[in-house]
Design a protein around this ligand. Structure first.
Ligand code: XUL
Length: 541
């Protein structure tokens, strides 16, 4: 029997999953989550983010992530009951785009961590920058423009790196830091993304970045899967010396560092496998290892993604191409106002999640034309820099109407902004915390006109990381394993969970999509007043 561990270092929590594989016998042994705000209040985060006066700035603490990892490894050793000696490999998933700036002392210090003292007490001095910008940061508009100009325009940058410049991507964030704190940048020896930083802590040496997360930086040549000299030069000086190496997703970074072996009893030969981004890991965790279906993840962000055999870049500029951990590609669109927007509406109307579901059940599909543009925070898709919540034909005090409106807005926006992918979606794999809620998934099925399936494990990023550990362990031992074998029995949708679209509701949403697009155009581009369209729908339905 072999045990594999997958971690997920996300915006709000650190989760672990332990899976057991013995031939075709596969099962989840253990899973546990640590919420950052609740478990580590001394860092002062709210929903995993440090408070800041500027609403466009979103940062977190890399020390908090290190402390959470240390606590979780202790929990695994002391409380989980899993057979530690059987752990063969460990991998992980990280919130994408976030960056960790380490100084030149990091290499030496990390190689000699004393197992007698907690990790954080020893790594406190390795950071050239105390805080890490994360994916919710949208303060780098200027830097995005500068990089775009230097590379030759939006289209060229997208063809080169898989995405036009995005505020949250690591390259623009690095450029901002270089401009604001040139000394800090100079002192920086290595810039990790969240995933490679966490793998670095486990292995006690600088881990590589892999093409899943590398593609979220505006720095990687997407077709060649190498750092792009042109993009690096456009971003900041000497960047090539500060970035970790770029290697395939199944790279073994090294054995587990002695700290974890001596302090907690993990096996010395356990392999640390390169960590990847949460969305690339999710692709594996919902079994999308070939073309044809898409997944929607309802976490802090909402993402819509699918497997892609070749890097086909989004001509509308809202989507991304990332590396898939299979060695292929994936397309992705990210919406910032995900779970936190749903929570805002829930809290504004003093509901719990059951009340939220009841409100969905009590209101008609299409919401009688009541529309909410749910930009509680700046939005990534479509680009909204200044947070703003707008209502059309919807009373602010109407609790059930606002609940339906926020869910419909999220689903309709996903449908509209994913049209460029040209995928005729007939089946959606739903994942992330809110995928447990079948009332939300019913709206998804009707808006997307597709069957929706749930999974036993809702944290597919975490499961995908454990499956990647299993895959890399086999590759390292020169054993043949296909991705279909890797995902079998774990990353398969629950057949009985199927939610089918209702043709009547699908027709309502076809009309609502037009109205929602008109509301977006009105709010963002000064388009025509959409109220006549809403009145017309009301007359007929
Ligand atoms: C993807 C993105 C988010 C984060 C969330 O591009 O920014 O989905 O990965 O952790």
């Amino acid at each position: 029997m072999a045990v594999y561990l997958g971690f997920d270092s996300s915006t709000q929590s650190l989760t672990v999953i332990a899976i057991e594989v013995e031939g075709s016998r596969r099962r989840v042994l253990y899973t546990r989550s640590l919420n950052f705000d609740e478990m580590f209040p001394e860092y002062g985060t709210k929903n995993g983010v440090l408070p800041h006066d500027d609403p466009l700035v979103a940062r977190s603490s890399p020390k908090l992530w290190a402390q959470a990892l240390d606590t979780m490894m202790g929990t695994l050793a002391k409380e989980s009951g899993i057979p530690l000696a059987k752990v063969r490999a460990i991998s992980g998933s990280g919130q994408q785009h976030g960056s960790v700036f380490l100084d030149a002392s990091a290499g030496e210090i990390l190689a000699h961590i004393d197992p007698g003292t907690p990790l954080v007490a020893q790594v406190g001095g390795i950071f050239a920058r105390e805080t890490s910008p994360i994916w919710m940061d949208s303060s780098t508009r200027e830097e995005c423009e500068e990089i775009t100009q230097a590379v030759g325009g939006e289209g060229d940058l997208a063809l080169l790196t898989g995405s036009r410049a995005f505020e949250r991507f690591t390259g623009p964030q690095i450029r901002k830091y270089y401009k604001e704190d040139p000394d800090g940048y100079e002192r920086t020896d290595k810039i990790h993304v969240v995933s490679s930083f966490m793998a670095t802590l486990l292995a006690g040496r600088h881990a590589c970045i892999e093409p899943g997360d590398g593609a979220g930086m505006n720095l990687m040549d997407i077709a060649r899967r190498r750092w792009s000299a042109v993009a690096l030069q456009a971003t900041a000086p000497d960047l090539e010396t500060k970035l970790p190496e770029l290697h395939e997703s199944w790279t073994i970074v090294g054995p587990l560092a002695p700290y974890w072996v001596k302090r907690y009893g993990f096996p010395a030969k356990a392999k640390v496998v390169a960590w990847s981004g949460d969305n690339p890991c999710s692709l594996i965790g919902v079994g999308l290892v070939s073309q044809g279906r898409i997944a929607i993840s309802l976490g802090t962000s909402s993402t819509l993604f699918g497997f892609m055999p070749a890097p086909n870049v989004d001509p509308t500029g809202s989507g991304h191409v990332f590396g898939s951990p299979t060695g292929d590609y994936m397309s992705l669109i990210c919406f910032e106002n995900g779970s936190l927007a749903r929570e805002r509406v829930r809290d504004e109307h003093k509901l719990d999640w059951e009340g939220f579901s009841q409100a969905l059940r009590a209101t008609p599909p299409g919401n009688r034309g009541g529309i909410l543009l749910p930009w509680y925070r700046p939005e990534i898709t479509p680009t909204v820099h200044k947070p703003e919540v707008r209502r059309y034909g919807l009373d602010e005090r109407d609790g059930p109407g606002n609940v339906r409106a926020v869910v419909e807005a999220q689903m309709v926006s996903m449908a509209i902004h994913s049209a460029w992918m040209g995928v005729n979606v007939s089946c959606i794999h739903a994942t992330g915390g809110a995928a447990r809620n079948r009332d939300i998934l019913k709206v998804m099925a009707d808006v997307m006109n597709a069957e929706v399936y749930q999974f036993e494990v809702t944290n597919s990023a975490c499961l995908g990381a454990a499956l990647r550990a299993y895959h890399a362990d086999h590759v390292a031992d020169r054993k043949k394993v296909s991705w279909e074998d890797v995902t079998a029995g774990f990353a398969e949708p629950v057949k009985s969970s199927r939610i089918a679209p209702d043709p009547g509701n699908v027709a309502v949403y076809e009309e609502l999509k037009k109205i929602y697009s008109a509301c977006e155009a009105h709010a963002l581009r000064g388009g025509d007043d959409p109220m006549p369209l809403i009145e017309e729908l009301r007359k007929r339905r």
